[in-house]
Design a protein around this ligand. Sequence first.
Ligand SMILES: [Zn+2]
Length: 355
Amino acid sequence: MERVSRTVTAIGPEHLDKTSPRLNWVCPRCRGVLAKAPESYRCEACAGNYPIVAEMPDFRIDQPAWIDFGRDRDRAFAIDEIVRRDGLEAAIFDVFKTSRRFAEQKCHFRTRQVQAGADKYTLQLDGWLADIQADPVIEVGIGPGQLAVALARRGYVPHGIDVSMEWLAVAKHWVREQGVEPVFAGAMAEGLPLPDASVRSYVSLDVIEHVGDQGHYLAEMTRILKPGGHFALVTPNRYSLSPEPHVGVWGVGYLPRPLQAKWVRMRAGVSYDFNRLLSVWELQKLFRESGGLVPQIDFPEIAEAEISLFGPGKAKLARLYNQLSRTALFRLIAPLGGAYYRVTGRKPVELAAAE
Ligand SMILES: [Zn+2]
């Protein structure tokens, strides 16, 4: 705790003049108060019991997800060991190698991509993420912690959840390297362990396309935001002219939903479970049906920092895409071919009054 407040005051700009507040988790089922025991959290209202895994509470509730919770818990402990023994980079590499079973070369590429991510998001905090820096900031889908590290470098106490505690264990160590103690928990984006109207900033990058229930995910975002609070999401576009980013197959999004998984299986031989890319219109409809916030949609250029990690062919295509994206015609047709889009907005003050 002492380390945290020292970091906060040392960095200094006006929005850091205070000690960042630390949120208290609540029961993800009934939002009751939790009592902390040495090895678990217990809900006083519904008697729900939540184990502590690699120093973090596991609030994941029984819902379909892309990972096996039991195996993931073991992996979180294993990551703690690997970080202590071989360091952070080895731990990131091990997630790709052991859990994702990627080939050696791909593991190296993805590890470098993760490590470069903290700088990438540091730049974005001065750009399109400028509005999500009012405390407390909650990130849903921490992953290996790229944004959390960028926030920690600015003196924030990163708060967040992820369905993968294996990645959270990586993120925890990476944030600690910045001299900040994070507030992380394993949880589902569709059942957040946070009280109503408790956060001023909600950020969730490349997550909505993977959650089991996209409507609940948005309803939970709306619920925990304070009136006047901001949200920021990013997601790949369903109708993209570039290959589907998770499986590298062309044309997936243009197919009707029932055929997408078959096409991916045929072309790449992999499962397409827990990938549901949204078109701009599908996203807008989901927002209307799940809490009523109004999203602002923007198709950005691909960042130069990201392009520098691509091979020459893909880099050339990416630069061509960026040139195109500056034209008026592109803005018109982007929803039918743009690679990914950002979704930002604010919870109006009136919405809270009407509830
Ligand atoms: Zn409860």
